[in-house]
Design a protein around this ligand. Structure first.
Ligand SMILES: C[S@@+](CC[C@H](N)C(=O)[O-])C[C@H]1O[C@@H](n2cnc3c(N)ncnc32)[C@H](O)[C@@H]1O
Length: 263
């Protein structure tokens, strides 16, 4: 086997969808059916999917008969999604979730912001702007479903998240190291190595993500017209909202906020 190392150092991960898509190509069928459980009362729902990346979740939801509007700030991601994850129930477009984009007010049953995409909005004012836009787009009682890592603290510096993907003749090794935290912003060192029979590709970059605690995230949602409804851990086990502060640890959670009614 011969490997020619190719370092794609100056590209951002989200502008190389072929690498992103392989690195995140784990099976999401169980997640999709858990999401479906949230809609037990009705089959067809209108879903807004900001930061949709390569369209993995958009397609999963569209195949369950949901109507999905999915967008991302990276045109490369949307090009990939349109060519590989096309579906009659999905409308893909390029947009920044922090700047008003073209969707109808009061028209979605749910917003899904998945896989820590929320944490890529670094500036608090931009977060508020993004949540207000989503709030307007939601129908009364619509919900905002967010998957987010909570409570990274200084003592988490050095922590490593890693996984491996086997995809036909390709293998991908992904390693995410929390390098540093400064003023609510974490710097992660991301390394993705893809090996195939012919060559290997190494992608490395530093990524910045905002750090959130549970109270802080609830406060910002409250301020933008939502209230917390339910919480699930990464295995989709429900946690009582009132118990959360007593038991929660650093890690990923699914939080559901509901659009508050105007008084
Ligand atoms: C970790 S990826 C998650 C992608 C997708 N949700 C998934 O689970 O596969 C984060 C995505 O957020 C997108 N993103 C970051 N900032 C954004 C913004 N302001 N507006 C829209 N998309 C954004 C990136 O381009 C990237 O595709």
């Amino acid at each position: 086997m011969q490997f020619a190392d190719l370092a794609i150092k100056n590209n951002k991960l989200f502008s190389v969808p072929e690498i992103y898509d392989l690195a995140f190509s784990y099976d999401i069928r169980a997640e999709i059916s858990n999401f479906q459980g949230l809609f037990a009362d009705c089959l067809s729902k209108h879903i807004l999917l900001p930061a949709c990346g390569t369209g993995r979740y958009a397609l999963g939801l569209a195949e369950k008969e949901h109507k999905v509007k999915a967008f991302d700030i990276a045109p490369e991601m949307i090009r990939w999604a349109k060519s590989k994850r096309k579906h009659k129930n999905i409308d893909y477009f390029v947009a920044d979730m922090t700047i008003p984009y073209n969707v109808q007010n009061d028209s979605f049953d749910a917003v899904f912001l998945l896989n820590n995409s929320f944490r890529y909005i670094l500036n608090k004012e931009h977060v508020i702007q993004s949540l207000k836009i989503s709030n307007k787009a939601l129908k009364p009682h619509g919900f905002y479903f967010i998957e987010v890592g909570l409570n990274e603290k200084q003592n988490a510096v050095g922590s490593v998240t890693q996984w491996q993907i086997n995809h036909g003749t390709k293998k991908a090794y992904i390693r995410w190291v929390l390098k540093n935290i400064s003023e609510n912003i974490a710097t992660d060192l991301v390394k993705i190595t893809i090996e195939s029979t012919k060559h290997s590709v190494v992608f490395e970059e530093e990524q910045l993500q905002r750090i959130w605690g549970f109270d802080e995230i609830c406060l910002i949602f409250e301020k933008t017209g939502f209230k917390i409804k339910s919480i699930f851990d990464k295995n989709f086990k429900q946690i009582a909202v009132d118990d959360f502060n007593k038991i929660y640890q650093q890690g990923k959670y699914f939080l559901i906020f509901i659009k508050k009614q105007k008084p």
